[in-house]
Design a protein. Structure first.
Length: 604
């Protein structure tokens, strides 16, 4: 038999894995283990921080369970229907203590964001109304990007699933009123990228009392019904009516061993002088799930307190380089945007100046036209005055001739002497008046000639002024500047930043190549200083945020419907009145020795 004989193909079965934003389908080999399927999913979605996640399914008896990685998928209690696809849900199984410090990959942050958001909207995690509005504003920023007044339409956010139904029902407020309050905060997040908005969402959500807590119904030796909360920091004990404020807490650091026998769960403290912490659950299957979650959370708790593994160091270094690269790219884009806006403003100014120059030219042409019309009018008046002067001169000559004729007639007719003398005097008076009018008309004609000469001189000066105005080159230079600046603003790659900010390639503080993003130690040190500065501003930002939340809580308090307040709302209101929060409550619940807290638990 040939050693290279082809093996018979193994039997496979279809598997569907649903994440919170996609559905993945695989054909899995019959002998595949849970780890094979889990690693296949992680490779598909590009996830490397696998220790937080798991595959959840509903077993053959209807209980929620997590797929065991070291066992074959077919050997576990999945629903084995040959005619249906085996379905799993990809969920976060364990939570970090501090999301900003521990989560490295963007895909990890994104899946945590989706899961926490779903838990808040489905009301599995209690969230106060004012915090719900703030979280909704970050969710909108993550989905739609920067707020744009030009594209925003009223009612756009009201159609989104942004607030828990419990919050909407408890106030006499329309969806438009809720949208307006979300929009106010949404507009403040301008410039925030999707991953930054999701991280801000998680940083606020991790301060909620029920965040990261898995609740299980238990009883103590007195058979008092209680809640066990498995958290990243340890085990919390809650009263049956209050899931927000733990009565006592046992951290993983003080727990040495965990085991169960049937429905009896035994926890041995590190302090050997302290008695065992014993409680009872309702079902053995629940004990298996509690033990699984306890072991996983305990392992992560201890891992976080040890030096990072080589893999985690590499991931953090890669994430840090990627953050630096994105920051440089964001700064470059911001600079290009600023230059583009400046070019647009300069272009608008140039266009305004161009319109102003065109208006000035139009007014100058109109003035020149009026000047030419005035000159023509004055010339016409001068011609008429000259004609009138000529006419008057002719009339004066005719009058003199008439006087001569009359004088000759007087010499011939002595008897008409008296009459002729009278007519002569009248004629002399008329002649004097005509001569005076003639001289006045002549003077007026001379004046009109002088005005005509002045008008023509003014016309010549106006033409010279217009030619001088056009010869200055303002119009052509303005148009050229507009064209140049606008061309620079529409360049696909933007302006040459090296000409604006200095020679980037030769600067000792910033030695990098924008195409390759090669970073030096100077860049790393600069980013470290920026991070330290951000940490210094964190407290101030948190105080401002708390002030905003208080203002919103006061604003909507008058619209609250008291009859629709839940027990969680009442407990939270009491907690706020006492000035307590999640961390102060946990601090109180951890006070005292392990022995005293075990005794307190047994007396509940």
């Amino acid at each position: 038999m040939s050693p290279f004989r082809k093996k018979k193909s193994e039997k496979s079965f279809p598997v569907k894995v649903c994440t919170l934003d996609a559905e993945l389908e695989f054909n899995l080999q019959w002998r595949a283990t849970g780890r094979d399927l889990f690693e296949l999913v992680c490779r598909t979605i590009g996830l490397r921080e696998t220790w937080y996640f798991g595959l959840q399914y509903e077993d053959s008896k209807g209980f929620i369970n997590w797929l065991k990685l070291d066992k074959k998928v077919q050997d576990q209690s999945i629903q084995k229907d040959p005619h249906s696809t085996v379905s799993f849900m990809f969920f976060a199984k364990f939570y970090p203590e501090e999301v900003a410090e521990e989560l490295v990959q963007e895909v990890t942050k994104h899946y945590f964001f989706l899961q926490v958001k779903q838990a808040i909207l489905s009301m599995d995690v209690y969230c106060p109304p004012e915090a719900s509005v703030l979280l909704a504003s970050y969710a909108v920023q993550a989905k739609f990007g920067d707020f744009d007044l030009d594209t925003y339409k009223p009612g756009m956010l009201a159609n989104e699933d942004l607030l828990p139904q419990r919050v909407i029902d408890q106030y006499q407020m329309t969806l438009d009123m809720w949208e307006e309050r979300i929009r106010v905060w949404y507009s403040d997040h301008r410039g925030m990228s999707r991953d930054e908005a999701e991280m801000e969402y998680l940083k606020i959500a991790q301060d909620l009392d029920m965040y990261g807590v898995n609740y299980f119904p238990i009883m103590n030796k007195k058979e008092t019904e209680l809640w066990l909360g498995v958290t990243p920091l340890g085990l919390n004990i809650y009263e049956k009516e209050n899931k927000l404020q733990p009565k006592t807490t046992f951290t993983w650091a003080e727990i040495r061993h965990i085991s169960f026998d049937d429905k009896k769960f035994i926890i041995k403290p590190v302090d050997k002088n302290s008695p065992n912490f014993v409680f009872f659950s309702q079902k053995v299957r629940m004990n298996k799930l509690i033990l699984d979650l306890c072991m996983g959370n305990h392992d992560l708790f201890m891992r976080r307190r040890k030096p990072d593994s080589m893999e985690l160091q590499q991931m953090k270094a890669a994430a840090k380089e990627e953050k630096q690269r994105r920051q440089i790219e964001r700064n470059r884009l911001a600079r290009e945007k600023q230059l583009r806006e400046e070019a647009e403003r300069e272009r608008a100014n140039m266009e305004q100046r161009l319109l102003q120059y065109q208006e000035e030219i139009r007014l100058a042409n109109e003035a020149l036209k009026r000047s030419e019309e005035s000159a023509d009018l004055l010339a016409e008046k001068s011609r008429v005055a000259e004609e009138e002067a000529i006419l008057l001169s002719q009339k004066a000559a005719e009058a003199e001739q008439e006087i001569t004729r009359l004088r000759l007639s007087a010499m011939r007719k002595e008897e008409e002497k008296v009459t002729l003398e009278r007519k002569t005097r009248e004629a002399e008076l008329l002649t004097a008046r005509l001569v005076e009018d003639s001289e006045r008309r002549a003077a007026e004609a001379n004046r009109l000639k002088e005005e005509l000469l002045r008008a023509r001189a003014a016309e010549k000066q106006a033409k010279e002024k217009l030619l001088d105005f056009l010869s200055r080159g303002s119009y052509s230079s303005s148009a050229t500047s507009v064209s140049t600046l606008y061309s620079a603003s529409l360049s696909p790659l933007g302006p040459d930043l090296s000409l604006l900010d200095g020679d980037v390639g030769t600067s000792p503080e910033l030695n990098l190549t924008l195409n390759g993003y090669d970073l030096t130690n100077a860049d790393t040190d600069q980013l470290s200083l920026e991070i330290e500065k951000e940490r210094g501003l964190c407290l101030e930002k948190q105080k401002h945020l708390q002030h905003q939340l208080r203002e919103l809580r006061t604003e909507i308090a008058v619209l609250k419907v008291a009859e629709k307040q839940t027990e969680f709302d009442q407990l939270h209101s009491e907690q706020v009145k006492l000035g307590e929060n999640k961390y102060s409550t946990l601090k109180k619940s951890k006070s005292g020795s392990t022995k005293s807290r075990v005794a307190f638990f047994e007396e509940l």
